[in-house]
Design a protein around this ligand. Structure first.
Ligand SMILES: Cc1cc2nc3c(=O)[nH]c(=O)nc-3n(C[C@H](O)[C@H](O)[C@H](O)COP(=O)(O)OP(=O)(O)OC[C@H]3O[C@@H](n4cnc5c(N)ncnc54)[C@H](O)[C@@H]3O)c2cc1C
Length: 413
């Protein structure tokens, strides 16, 4: 085994939660390393639609809930980061759309108008007059109403790449099947042992099962779906995860217009019939990425059948668009969240601390800054800054572990 190294905090998982937290921790003066099993953003974060929600989607049930109020403050916080005035300097981060819309066809217009006109939502949503429709909806051949929400859509690859670049030297790739935790005499988190590939730069052991150990005051699990395995490996009893499956669809075609909208269905429910975001694939061709009700009801549906459903839905909602010759794809992905007694979606970001371990779930990309606030206040006064070996540890790990790189969006895989 290679000599034990030390740092203040080890973060597991390089999705938005882990990368954001690593940046906050290091900016605050903690020594921290991040260990990623696959590729940065590989799981939920690059599968997300990148919508920074202002909370209105949650209000669609007809009332403004606590979840809606918690989330309402987040867009301004993200925007401050992109302006270079927020808690993390993310100037240069690409915003895919400054506006996010709600589209409804004429048949339920009066209902939606009454709802959006309600006192509780005043000032948070604007009805867009037809003359001001963005280009895609200006071409509509059907009558419909458009509302601008206080949401916007961020380019997740650009976001991840900026967060990665700020602390690149602290981020490593590990084998998720070779992780072992040990505790100190008081039963608190003490170190993690990682299996390392032989054949990497400075591994002198020559053994097939070479390992390296990192001692830290806290181990923080931000591994999304991978959190449950880490919780089990650490022998924790308090935190537990739940998964909510989705089957997402994408369609790629040259010339597709730019659409960022929730399309509201007849039942006017919490889940929009369709949630569309527009992305640009590596070859420069636009992609519509489709979530909402179609992705929830599409779980377990064979790919070709789900794609047929998506074709019918788009023909119904956007009859002026020609999708002939388009390339289609779909993939299953789980939302990973803290376990709720009734299986419902948690209202906010959640973390659970036990014996020097912390398991964390942002619940939504949007809520990640709130998650980091909570974790940082949990550490305050309990973790000594720079008790580890700092640069020495990073230099040593760089000789033993590969670098983690950014994963690709699903349509580019
Ligand atoms: C289809 C979909 C669309 C969404 N759209 C939106 C949206 O528009 N707006 C919004 O606010 N939220 C959205 N969300 C929610 C949002 O994507 C997630 O809440 C957020 O990305 C979770 O981030 P995370 O870092 O906790 O997890 P993840 O992004 O899942 O990252 C976990 C990371 O941990 C790694 N890992 C796993 N096991 C280990 C291990 N043992 N050791 C080390 N690393 C490990 C994984 O490889 C992965 O990189 C969406 C979610 C889905 C699934």
């Amino acid at each position: 085994m290679n000599a034990p190294y030390s740092t203040d905090i080890v973060v597991f998982g390089g999705g938005i939660a882990g990368l954001w937290l690593l940046n906050r921790l290091r900016d605050e003066g903690y020594d921290a390393v991040l260990l990623e099993a696959e590729g940065l953003g590989a799981a939920q974060t690059l599968a997300s639609q990148g919508i920074i929600h202002g909370g209105l989607k949650y209000a669609l049930g007809g009332s403004v809930t606590d979840a809606a109020n918690t989330i309402a403050a987040l867009p301004a916080r993200w925007r401050a980061c992109f302006d270079g005035t927020g808690e993390i300097d993310l100037s240069g981060c690409e915003v895919r759309s400054e506006r996010y819309y709600m589209w409804s066809s004429a048949s339920y217009r009066s209902k939606i108008k009454a709802f959006f006109g309600s006192k509780s939502l005043q000032g948070r949503v604007e009805s867009v007059p037809r003359k001001d429709f963005p280009p895609f909806f200006a071409q509509a051949t059907v009558d419909g109403s458009l509302y601008a929400l206080p949401d916007f859509a961020v380019d997740t690859p650009s976001l991840l790449s900026l967060l990665h670049a700020r602390y690149d030297e602290s981020i490593f790739k590990i084998d998720p099947n070779g992780i072992g935790f040990s505790r100190d005499a008081s039963g608190n988190a003490n170190s993690v042992t990682l299996r390392i590939d032989t054949g990497l730069p400075n591994d002198t052991s020559g053994s097939e099962n070479s390992t390296v150990s990192i001692q830290a005051q806290r181990m923080i699990f931000c591994a999304g779906k991978g959190n449950q395995a880490l919780i089990d490996a650490a022998g924790l009893t308090k935190p537990a995860a739940q998964l909510r499956p989705l089957n997402m669809v994408w369609v790629k075609k040259t010339g597709l217009g730019s659409v960022f909208a929730h399309c509201i269905g007849e039942d006017f429910s919490l889940t929009p019939k369709l949630t569309v975001t527009t992305h640009i694939a590596d070859d420069g061709v636009p992609v519509w990425y489709l979530g909402g009700e179609i992705a929830e009801s599409g779980v377990g549906v064979p790919d070709d059948e789900l794609i047929e459903r998506a074709k019918r839905l788009l023909a119904d909602l956007f009859p002026w668009v020609d999708l002939s010759g388009a390339q289609w794809g779909c993939f299953a992905i789980d939302r990973a969240e803290a376990k709720m007694a009734d299986g419902s979606r948690p209202d906010g970001a959640l973390f659970i601390a036990e014996d020097g371990y912390i398991a964390a779930w942002p619940t939504k990309l949007t809520l990640t800054p709130a998650l980091a606030d909570g974790v940082l206040s949990e550490l305050e006064g309990n973790v000594t800054k720079k008790r580890g070996d700092g640069t020495h540890t990073l230099d040593a790990l760089a000789q033993l572990l590969p670098k983690a790189t950014l994963a690709k969006a699903h349509w580019d895989r």
